[in-house]
Ligand binder design. Structure first.
Ligand code: NAD
Ligand code: MG
Length: 394
């Protein structure tokens, strides 16, 4: 028998994770109802989703698009209530009408609503890794105090979540092994990456994802962000987290125990597995994902990461060692650098250079409150933007 109907607030509904979430939800109308949807700017897509899923609330983060959303809902005869702005996301995240919040928006814009959902004791499906990188201590504290359950919707962290002891303890855990596909430039030398384009960087061999995380995968900054994410989510020391390159993206990550047992979670590279796990845990539901065909795969490869070609990865341990707000500086500088690269203002190899220069200029300082962290985020964006202007080729 299915458990009681869960009402879901999905932030980032028009994105890659948003679409996969709605696909899983649509397979189980007896279990899930869409209560709220949000998007940044794309009103037309949002209206189509509202017509299909009939949410109570639709939030458009960009206030300038509010009239188009409100009028579009009215023209279609939909009862969905239109809201706009970043504060509306926080209100919806905390609203007791929604028991499950899916944080599938991209970037530091997700921090306030993610923390609000944690504080309100929601089941929180966390895809928005930037929020835990920027404010990991605050987010985990809010979840503890609010009684929220954080279900990781990053394939690696979802794998580790499934492989850790069921009692929530860490007894006998020696290491967490995060797998990395290596991205589209795996095996290439540093010098050969000087002229790569945004199109090449976004052409991921195994996963279809939004542009920001695609570039992060190409620089391996994504894996660095995931090291920080794993440290906070699983309360494991940075020195006990390792990265191994696994080009097939079938072994999603592993937990190494002191007796020599290594537990792994495997599956096809399809985010619907992690999303379905997060939505229904500890029950299992159909995610629409094809069964794994091991003979067809034939082999798995594992190699050590190439830190010389991909210096972003090591920065994760650097900022964790520095502590305080250093991860927030790293995240902000990376967001600015990736956006400038996507706009063809800086080159691919400028991305790690820009992040390192930002960390040198602004080492971080103590983390403090959310307001203090967001002020450091803003200061780091200013530093990074001035570095972009200096690096930019006319
Ligand atoms: P995407 O670019 O496809 O979608 C991003 C969504 O966020 C869109 O709905 C957009 O409207 C919304 N958004 C963007 N800026 C916003 C803002 N300022 N305010 C409010 N909403 C905003 O991205 P994605 O690939 O779906 O990734 C979403 C998050 O999930 C990222 O943090 C990413 O790192 C993480 N993630 C993604 C994948 C994946 O397979 N795509 C895997 C693991 C983790
Ligand atoms: Mg991942």
């Amino acid at each position: 028998m299915a458990s009681a109907l869960k009402t879901i607030a999905l932030f980032g509904a028009t994105g890659s994770i948003g679409g996969s979430t709605l696909d899983v939800v649509a397979r189980h109308p007896d279990r899930f109802r869409v209560g709220a949807l949000s998007a940044h700017t794309r009103v037309d897509e949002m209206l189509e989703l509202c017509a299909r899923f009939r949410p109570d609330v639709a939030v458009i983060a960009d206030p300038a698009r509010y009239p188009a959303l409100r009028d579009g809902l009215r023209e279609r005869g939909l009862a969905t209530c239109a809201l706009a702005g970043a504060d509306a996301l926080v209100d919806v995240a905390a609203d007791p009408a929604f028991d499950t919040v899916v944080a599938a928006l991209v970037g530091a814009a997700g921090v306030p609503s993610t923390i609000a959902a944690a504080r309100a004791g929601k089941r929180l499906l966390l895809a928005n890794k930037e929020s835990i990188v920027l404010a990991g201590d605050l987010l985990m504290q809010a979840a503890r105090e609010g009684g929220a359950a954080i279900l990781p919707v990053d394939s690696e962290h979802n794998a580790i979540f499934q492989c850790l002891p069921a009692d929530g303890g860490r007894a006998g855990v020696r290491r967490l092994l995060l797998t990395a596909s290596g991205g589209p430039f795996r095996g290439r030398s540093r010098d050969s990456l000087a002229g790569v384009t945004p199109e090449q960087a976004c052409a991921h061999p195994n996963w279809s994802m939004g542009p920001k995380i695609s570039v992060d995968s190409a620089t391996l900054m994504n894996k660095g962000l995931e090291v920080i994410e794993a440290h906070h989510l699983f309360a494991v020391a940075p020195g006990a987290i390792e990265v191994v390159v696994h080009p097939q993206s079938i072994v999603h990550s592993l937990v190494d125990y002191v007796d020599g047992s290594v537990l792994a979670q495997l599956g096809n590279p399809d985010m619907r597995t992690a999303i379905a796990c997060g939505l229904s845990w500890p029950e299992r539901i159909d995610a629409g994902v094809a069964p794994l065909d091991l003979p067809a795969l034939a082999r798995f490869d594992f190699t050590a990461p190439d830190h010389a070609a991909f210096p972003c990865l090591r920065l994760a341990w650097r900022v964790l060692d520095a502590g305080g707000a250093a991860p927030a500086v790293l995240n902000a500088a990376n967001e600015v650098a990736v956006s400038a690269f996507l706009q063809r203002r800086i080159a691919f190899l400028d991305i790690p250079a820009l992040i390192q220069a930002s960390l040198d200029a602004l080492p971080g300082g103590p983390a403090g409150s959310l307001d203090q962290l967001l002020a450091i985020d803003a200061a780091a964006r200013r530093v990074a933007a001035s570095l972009v202007a200096r690096m930019e080729t006319p």
